[in-house]
Design a protein around this ligand. Structure first.
Ligand code: FNR
Length: 419
């Protein structure tokens, strides 16, 4: 934070606004209508997004004084790694709507900060490209991989193998998006976020995925029921007609259509259940983190099933309209987990004070979703980095000004429920 204040002395304004409201306003101006609808939008009436903020606002910090806070430490340890701050970057798909090399730029931002970047399964760049960029900045910079559990088991294995190969420290399995939520902002402008290929590079760069597309094309041309497959590909055609995406340019017309349709058909498995989870442990040696847990009973069951961590999350209010605010869920879940697994939280985290509240309520770390995307929209990798750096700087100040010197010392004693 010193840098920002020093810059102020010289009359320099920061690259990105230092408060979320202004950041969001400026990002809105900088983004296309499609990008804004997808990134800023939420499910239904937006109730869950409001609840995420309301839940945070119901907790007040009660600062302590005269405690010598001159030396402070934000560092934590997560899955055997020392991290500079209890902050991670949430997986965000289809970032290509905002900038062409979105994921690579965010990777650079994360590596510069040493903050883990959770690669989205629906990333707009292959994870290998993002990992290479991160290694260029800082060899071995922390990265995780987020999985949407496909209907195709071999594709799941392929993704898990790629995640290990690029040095992921953990795999995050997102459970709240077995189907896409009801998202009026996208629906009202007729925008299917992935229609032009944004967010499917993780798939089109996958050997198993290509195999599936090729099989479909073969059966469309000469297979057993060509009329069915051709129908599917024709539907695709209307989706992908204006597709200018990078991967599309490298493919023939039927291939991109088949790719987008195949992606839509197989990216997730609505039948997913606890039995499926049991088998996952045999398929990867990486720590397993379940994302999208909101009920304490599910958290207990996940821990009993041997998972290494959970992310308390309502997907930034994008899935179930009217869902519980993630901080309200955290307050019940952290005691239920009781230290038996790592607990992360996201959805609505906007400031350093928000992170402090999450930690005090028992989270080991908090993840940032939309804010870094807004930084990206305004100033690319530098913008994404500055947004996350600002949140960490504010956390450091808030920690000290609240009378604490280490994030590990925070507990509910520093909070009062006021609503
Ligand atoms: C997401 N999120 C998400 N989660 C995930 O597991 N895989 C994904 O591909 C995506 N994609 C995605 C796209 C966009 C545009 C947004 C805004 C969010 C959810 C994300 O990881 C995180 O849970 C929320 O963004 C956190 O809420 P806030 O910080 O955005 O309020």
């Amino acid at each position: 934070q010193n840098d920002i204040y020093t810059a102020g002395i010289h009359g320099r304004t920061p690259r990105v606004p230092t408060d979320f409201a202004e950041l969001e306003r400026r990002a809105h101006d900088a983004m296309s209508d499609r990008a804004w609808a997808y990134i800023a939008g939420g499910a239904g009436e937006g109730t869950t997004m409001t609840s995420n903020r309301a839940a945070l606002d119901r907790w007040a910090i009660v600062p302590r004084v005269l405690r010598d806070v001159s030396v402070r430490s934000l560092g934590i340890e997560l899955f055997g790694r020392r991290l500079p701050a209890p902050v991670l970057i949430s997986p965000v798909g289809a970032g290509g709507l905002v900038r062409r090399r979105a994921d690579v730029e965010i990777g650079r931002a994360a590596a510069e900060l040493g903050v883990p970047y959770i690669f989205s399964n629906q990333g707009s760049a292959p994870m290998e490209d993002v990992a290479a960029e991160m290694d260029r900045v800082r060899t071995g910079a922390p990265r995780w991989f987020q999985l949407y559990w496909s209907t195709d088991d071999d594709l799941v294995d392929s993704f898990l193998g790629r995640a290990s190969a690029v040095g992921a420290d953990a795999v995050v399995v997102t459970l709240d998006t077995t189907m896409l939520g009801w998202r009026p902002q996208d629906l009202n402008i007729g925008s299917l976020p992935f229609a032009r290929g944004e967010g499917i590079d993780q798939y089109t760069s996958d050997p198993r995925f290509r195999e599936i597309v090729a099989e479909r094309l073969r059966s469309a041309v000469g297979g057993d029921r060509p009329e069915v497959s051709l129908g599917a590909i024709r539907t695709l055609g209307s989706i992908a007609r204006n597709a200018p995406g990078r991967f599309l340019r490298n493919l023939t017309a039927p291939e991109p259509r088949a790719s987008v349709q195949t992606f839509l058909d197989i990216y997730s498995r609505p039948s997913l259940n606890w039995d499926d989870l049991a088998g996952l442990r045999d398929r990867t040696s990486l720590p397993i983190v379940l994302k999208g847990v909101l009920h304490p009973d599910d958290a207990r069951r996940a821990v009993d099933a041997g998972v290494d961590g959970i992310v308390v999350s309502n997907h930034g209010g994008r899935q179930v309209d009217g869902a519980i605010g993630s901080i309200d869920a955290l307050a019940e879940i952290a005691p239920a987990v009781d230290g038996r697994a790592k607990v992360l939280v996201d959805s609505g985290i906007r400031t350093g004070a928000d992170v402090l509240k999450a930690l005090a309520l028992g989270a080991d770390a908090a993840c940032i979703g939309r804010p870094h995307m807004y930084g990206l929209a305004l100033a690319g990798a530098d913008g994404a980095r500055d947004v996350v750096a600002n949140i960490i700087a504010e956390l450091d100040l808030t920690l000290g000004l609240s009378g604490y010197t280490a994030v590990a010392d925070l507990d509910t004693d520093v909070l009062r429920k006021i609503g």
